[in-house]
Design a protein around this ligand. Structure first.
Ligand SMILES: [Zn+2]
Length: 325
């Protein structure tokens, strides 16, 4: 039986159950938070935030969700010790990631640590760190990352972004860990990602092209799905970017064409995110929370003819297969 690493240790892949493939617990900039504590939203009380996250996940568990996949990596404020406190208070599995989140340059820490430069070995140090997170654990906690994450947004394959993507691919080749890439479908970055993945001989069945649900372009989506990738229909609730009807209609149309095995569903929501003043989020995205899928999306998909088997495929079978089960 295949085991999948979670924030509480390994579990059987068969026990993952209903899985939201792209949700964050905490997204924050630690450097800002530490330097400007009195300006930081809501004052940030660590214990309150951990308790708040546990409450939100308990509500999600009541809706039948068993697992959330959290692609928060360096660049988004990953802190696995904080995640473990949440994991200890919830029955949900929390699967954590390694990788790096940037749309442009790599952090200066990595700029001058390149293969061939003084003090650096033959492998990109990023790859070495990602592999260690997967095989040994993150930051001496013993918590192992179960997948890799990077981003190719509107600026495309900048030198920094391409370096991270290739480092992710090489860590995937060494470990077999699956990959999730944040893409920007309206500028077609999924195609650029696919080209690099092929050059690096990645196992495309182990790749989620995140945020694919932002487009209604079925030619683009079926091209990537036919290549073998999973499409992340994973921003339900961000209706400002792509309206609810378009998101739901696209998933239904792809199901009708036989692509349920190539999609996963999620919100890309967070228990806490410092990118916006907290009071603003419910105004611009009132449905952007963990329960929107259960309250609104699944009923709308059923109305449009999506079957229970297809929903099960997207929420249970595809995540299980992605993680090796
Ligand atoms: Zn995300």
């Amino acid at each position: 039986m295949t085991q999948v690493e979670t924030a509480r240790g390994p579990v059987d892949a068969d026990s993952l159950g209903v899985t939201l493939m792209h949700e964050h617990i905490f997204i924050l900039n630690e450097e800002v938070r530490e330097n400007y504590p009195s300006d930081y939203p809501d004052g940030w009380d660590e214990d309150d935030q951990v308790d708040g996250a546990i409450t939100k996940l308990a509500e999600l568990a009541r809706r039948g969700c068993r697992t959330i996949v959290d692609p928060t990596v360096v660049g988004l404020g990953r802190d696995v010790r904080r995640i473990r406190r949440v994991a200890d208070g919830t029955e949900l599995n929390i699967i954590v990631a390694t990788g790096l989140y940037t749309y442009n340059d790599v952090p200066f820490y990595f700029t001058y640590r390149l293969p061939g430069l003084p003090g650096t070995g033959r492998e990109d140090p990023m790859t070495t760190l990602f592999v260690r997170d997967i095989q040994t654990g993150i930051a001496d906690t013993g918590i192992k990352a179960a997948f890799l994450k990077c981003a190719v947004d509107e600026p495309g394959l900048t030198p920094g972004v391409e370096r991270v993507l290739r480092a992710v691919c090489r860590a995937h080749a060494e470990t077999g860990a699956p990959i999730t890439v944040h893409t920007h479908p309206r500028s077609g970055t999924g195609r650029e990602v696919l080209r690099v993945l092929r050059e690096e001989a990645a196992d495309l069945s182990k790749v989620v092209l995140g945020h694919s649900g932002a487009t209604t372009d079925l030619d683009y989506l079926t091209e990537l799905a036919d290549a073998g990738c999973l499409l992340g229909m994973d921003r339900f609730g961000l209706d400002l970017i792509t309206p609810f009807e378009d998101r739901v209609g696209t998933v239904a149309a792809l199901c009708e064409r036989g692509y349920a095995e190539r999609m996963v569903l999620s919100h890309d929501a967070s228990c806490y995110i410092d990118w916006f003043p907290p009071a603003v989020v419910p105004q611009f995205a009132p449905s952007w929370h963990f329960e929107h899928l259960f309250n609104d999306v699944l009923p709308a998909l059923r109305e449009r003819g999506v079957t229970e088997t297809q929903i099960d495929t997207m929420l249970v079978a595809n995540p299980r297969r992605y993680f090796g089960g």
